[in-house]
Design a binder for this molecule. Structure first.
Ligand code: F6P
Length: 317
């Protein structure tokens, strides 16, 4: 079997690689590590992994296999080439650890006769078939640490802080960080922007004696951060600062939840490959590890959690 990480890295990818390698070897499988995702596959950057090759990585962010976003893999002729290469090496099963784009890449290979196990590795939590993705919990925890620090200085200066977090199409990092971090508002790509509503909320808070306001904005919302800050300053008369957390959210040691999710998903993938299963997407639903048909999983619609969203407002009044 082969294992690769693809797309944006996420904390917990290493925990998944480690478990695929060690549990795969335990099942009598030969495990190949493919570097730089589909790009490395096309360039033949593969090596056999032994148990020692994944030592001392469980607690590390990033991915020891490296990762890439592959333009070439968008072209069917390169996907054909990748499938031929895997077959020539007798690699019939492939564990793809990545987000939506990566799992779609995996599906292309599955349609060419490779058995693909998709593991949800992305901080964005944008894979609809799973409640959580590997790396999301760590990313939100990192955002929460930043929120606490920014709140201290915000209160000291009686300021508003707009904190921009990752998420181009999915606002889950902003949604969960706003709820768990006690923000006034979350601005998400899934919701229409109401900047005058945000200003109203800040003024109401200030009138009640609140010393700071925290607004968490996902990067994929309509108004860019610098413009938003100006609009809030104009609408509230209060000094407003922008903090863009950017790649800080992608690094760091994975939390217990991410290590566990990565390990359990990897275990499921290896067991299914050893049983000669068809291609699956593996994730977690209602606390249990699940495996759905890969093509079906990638068609599942996202359900936006309105309750979580409305609680942010209710809790910060
Ligand atoms: O998909 C994960 C993600 O971190 C997004 O939240 C972000 O928009 C994007 O990747 C950044 O991608 P890149 O690493 O290619 O700049």
């Amino acid at each position: 079997i082969g294992v690769l990480t693809s797309g944006g890295d996420s904390p917990g990818m290493n925990a998944a690689i480690r478990a695929v390698v060690r549990l795969g070897i335990d099942k009598g499988l030969e495990v190949w590590g493919i570097e730089r995702g589909f790009e490395g596959l096309l360039d033949g950057e593969l090596r056999i992994m032994d148990r020692g090759s994944v030592g001392d990585i469980l607690h590390r962010g990033g991915t020891v296999l490296k990762t890439a976003r592959s333009e070439r893999f968008m072209d069917p002729k390169w996907v054909d080439k990748a499938a031929e290469l895997l077959k020539a090496l007798d690699i019939g099963g492939l564990v793809v650890i990545g987000g939506d784009g990566s799992l779609h890449g995996g599906l292309e290979l599955a349609e060419r006769g490779i058995t693909v196990m998709g593991l949800p590795g992305t901080i964005d939590n944008d894979l609809n078939y799973t409640d959580f993705t590997i790396g999301f919990d760590t990313a939100v925890s990192t955002v929460l640490e930043a929120v606490s620090k920014i709140r201290d200085t915000s209160s000291a200066h009686d300021r508003t802080s707009v904190i921009e977090v990752m998420g181009r199409h999915c606002g889950d990092i902003a949604l969960y960080a706003a709820l768990a971090g006690g923000a006034e508002c979350a601005l998400l790509p899934e919701k229409e922007e109401d900047i005058s509503g945000v200003c109203r909320k800040i003024i109401e808070g200030s009138n009640r004696g609140k010393l700071h306001s925290i607004i968490i904005k996902a990067e994929g919302t309509a108004t860019p951060g610098d413009k938003l800050v100006k609009m809030i300053e104009e609408g509230t008369g209060k000094e407003t600062k922008l903090v863009v957390l950017s790649y800080l959210q992608r690094g760091g040691s994975p939390t217990m939840s991410d290590r566990l999710l990565a390990t359990l998903c990897a275990e499921k993938a290896v067991n299914l490959l050893a049983e000669d299963s068809c291609s699956k997407a593996i994730g977690i639903s209602g606390g249990a590890i699940v495996a759905y048909d890969l093509a079906d999983a990638l068609k599942m619609p996202k359900v936006f959690d309105e309750n979580l969203y409305s609680m942010i407002d209710a809790l910060s009044k």
